[in-house]
Design a protein around this ligand. Sequence first.
Ligand code: DON
Length: 320
Amino acid sequence: LFSAYPAWARPLVNSDIFVQVLQEAHALFAEDTEGVNADYIPELAKIPSELFGLALVTVDGRVFVAGDADYVFSIQSVSKPFTAALVLQEYDAPEILVERIGVEPTGLPFNSVLAVELHASRSVNPLVNAGAMAAVSLVPAEDKTERFLKIKQFYEAMAGQKLKVIKEVYRSEAATNQSNRAIANLLKKYGRIYADPEEALDVYTRQCAIGVSARVLAMMGATLANGGVNPISKKQVLEARYVPKVLALMLTAGFYDESGRWAYEVGLPAKTGVGGGIVAVVPGEMAVAAFSPRLNQAGNSVRAMRAIEYVSQRLGLGLF
Ligand code: DON
């Protein structure tokens, strides 16, 4: 719609267009029942599949929503870029992720053990489970409680509001995360996890169970879109120089083995989670988030993907 102009010359768009496009996307995909809830975390299978919410937050703090934008679901893998951001900030060194984790996309599923064996970096990249647990292990902390608190507080600053763990989801995943436990221990063998693997696993599982809504995810994304400054609190949550690093990871690995396809079709850095959430970032402009529990084979929310793609096309948001 307005991508023909360079960002600095774009006219201020009437906010009505955002409301209209979100409502269109909601109406267009409301009846779409493709995909299934995640069930390897038993609690996620219980979430009503028909829930569907959209949110858009601009860098100047305007918020637009449609559908179930305030339903609270577990953040799951959408947490991963934010913990990677925290690690960058804590070490104040862009090399930390390259050297201690890796930044190459895998073309393999998010929980792939094969990827750990194939990639020389072992921990692969911060957006797959292996690298995400390695990222958790890098957060400087005396113990598990402090490690988790630092992560949660960072997400809260990104979101500009308090967040809570959904205890049922945490317990459900903690009781069934044998695969992640295996990966954490494999990383230990390779010297690519930097705290006790059980501790990293537990904090990671808790991080994934933090409750967010589409509205909250859009606000967290808008903080990235706004050079690391939360659009409402105006706090510099993440140093501006680390924002492009996080967005590069999201563009190349945000959708696992569908990352290439997403970049090809939509062309925006984004991150998905098996809770059904997705957030896409338009640097300098806005973030668009969507939530719908039904996932495709890759573990990405079908309707959330379709809705964000629609919004992006209608507003001309793609970067390329
Ligand atoms: O570790 C897991 O399997 C989950 N806590 C998170 C996975 C996830 O969200 C993958 N996303 N699409």
